[in-house]
Design a protein around this ligand. Structure first.
Ligand SMILES: Nc1ncnc2c1ncn2[C@@H]1O[C@H](COP(=O)(O)OP(=O)(O)O)[C@@H](O)[C@H]1O
Ligand SMILES: O=C(O)C1=C[C@@H](OP(=O)(O)O)[C@@H](O)[C@H](O)C1
Ligand SMILES: [Mg+2]
Length: 198
């Protein structure tokens, strides 16, 4: 990268942070789409604090996500998730990676719309399957047919994720490439919405 290119992208980042103000960048999408890993990279690139709602839930409850599901059930987990995300969004800007079910909650969507810019990390079923197979930490996929579960969740959730401010299709590309695309998509969205405001 030459010096001119580097300083142009620094100027782009500064403009993006300026437009963002106190709003947070919020990643939504299905399990395995890369919200946690890409969110961390986006935060490092922009120099913003990173928070993952699942990690925050695990910190406050001192339990893992599977333990929480096991001990209290999904509805309790969802209630805690809603409260934790609302609190995280009170102070920004940050990069917030949500758990895959969080955006299905109407109050959470309203909180994200009020305090953030949302990006849907969209992926196809084969890629999601490959990526979730690496870990056993997702209670909804502890099922004899995890692929069938993911397929049903795609049908149920994709129309809702589509309400996000921007979409990035994640595919067989490096995390750095996808993180750069997320930043570009946010920049485009904010530029377009500031032009509408004028
Ligand atoms: N662009 C990518 N290239 C390679 N591996 C990826 C990419 N994005 C995510 N992964 C891997 O896929 C798995 C799931 O990613 P994660 O960030 O936990 O997704 P989510 O938080 O959306 O469930 C992790 O092992 C992660 O390292
Ligand atoms: O899709 C979901 O309902 C869930 C996704 C998980 O997070 P990731 O999307 O980061 O895997 C985690 O919050 C929990 O297992 C439930
Ligand atoms: Mg995650």
């Amino acid at each position: 990268m030459n010096a001119q290119h580097a300083s142009a992208s620094q100027a782009d980042r500064a403009a993006l942070l300026d437009r963002l103000g106190k709003r947070s960048i919020v990643l939504v999408g299905l399990m395995g789409a890369g919200k946690t890993s890409i969110g961390r990279k986006v935060a490092a690139t922009l120099g913003l604090p990173f928070v993952d709602s699942d990690h925050e839930i695990e910190d406050v409850s001192r339990m893992t996500i599977p333990e929480l599901f096991e001990a209290y059930g999904e509805p309790e987990f969802r209630a805690l998730e809603q409260r934790v995300i609302a609190r995280i969004l009170e102070t920004g800007p940050r990069v917030l990676s949500t758990g895959g079910g969080a955006y299905m909650n109407e109050q959470t969507r309203a909180a994200i719309a009020g305090h953030g810019v949302s990006v849907w990390l969209k992926a196809d079923l084969d890629l999601l399957m490959e990526r979730v197979s690496k870990k056993q930490n997702r209670p909804l996929l502890r099922d004899p047919d995890p692929r069938g579960v993911l397929r049903r969740l795609m049908d149920e959730r994709y129309p809702v994720y589509a309400l996000a401010d921007a979409t990035v299709v994640t595919r067989d590309e490096s995390k750095d490439v996808i993180a750069a695309e997320v930043i570009e998509a946010i920049g485009r969205h904010m530029k377009a919405s500031s032009e509408v405001d004028q």
